[in-house]
Design a protein around this ligand. Structure first.
Ligand code: SF4
Length: 244
């Protein structure tokens, strides 16, 4: 885990006058990056998209981390009312068209932030999915932004080690088998033998968060669809015991 290289790269961005921000969904996996950023510069904005579909435990976990790490969290919300996110046959979008649901509730709220900043720091890891395995530490993103993925080479084990080392708290739902926590309608417990990301969008032809779908398109253009998902089996992250 090369923390020094993260510190150096962020210092270099700042020396060049680039405007930085990070995004976080506030699950246990998020805590190492949030902890590292809090030790480098607590003023870096951490954008948190409150889709209206989050678990109440996620809101409480965000508040806990804000208090613990002194984070500068900026909450973004969708502008399209849920009343306008229903199909003509009365189905909510997350059940009928999850890509469009993610677009309204995650992508659109982030667009202004992407246009306003130069560098987007996010905690994706190559061992999470095959799409993320094709990513690079730094690469171009939408609206001319530069994406920076400081944890891309970290493994699930590295996350556990880091959380244990610094006694970082775990998302309360980790203890209940939710090892990849997204929005309430699209997340379920992960049973033995399933990959971590199998807990997301189960039964739907969707593998990636709306914020990162530009990378799916790039990956499919490069390699074609249909490979197996990355082997992201594993237990919940380490760190402290789950809170309530
Ligand atoms: S994760 Fe599910 S509920 Fe959340 S925005 Fe995407 S489709 Fe909608």
């Amino acid at each position: 885990m090369k923390i020094d290289s993260i510190v150096r790269r962020i210092a270099e961005y700042k020396q060049r006058g680039l405007s930085l921000f990070a995004s976080s969904s506030f699950q246990s996996q998020s805590t190492p990056l949030l902890h590292i950023l809090s030790r480098i510069d607590r003023e870096i904005p951490i954008y948190f998209v409150d889709t209206g579909y989050l678990f109440p435990e996620t809101h409480r976990f965000r508040d806990l981390l804000v208090d613990l790490l002194g984070l500068n969290v900026v909450t973004l919300r969708p502008t399209v009312s849920k009343l306008h996110q229903i199909t003509s046959d009365g189905r909510l979008l997350f059940a009928s068209d999850p890509d469009l649901c993610c677009h309204f509730n995650k992508v659109e709220p982030m667009e202004a932030a992407l246009a306003r900043h130069d560098v987007w720091i996010n905690g994706v890891r190559a061992d999470q999915t095959k799409e993320r395995r094709a990513m690079r530490i730094e690469q171009a993103g939408p609206y001319g932004i530069r994406r920076y993925h400081p944890l891309l080479d970290w493994t699930a084990e590295d996350v556990q080690v880091y959380m244990r080392q610094y006694g970082l708290p775990r998302h309360p739902l980790d203890c209940q088998g939710y090892v990849s926590i997204g929005r309430e309608p699209c997340t379920r417990r992960v049973m033995d033998g399933l990959a971590r990301r199998d807990g997301r969008w189960f039964g739907l032809n969707k593998r990636e968060c709306g914020l990162h779908t530009d990378l799916i398109r790039a990956h499919e253009a490069m390699s074609g669809a249909g490979d197996e998902d990355a082997d992201d089996h594993g237990s919940s992250p380490g760190g402290q015991a789950c809170g309530s």
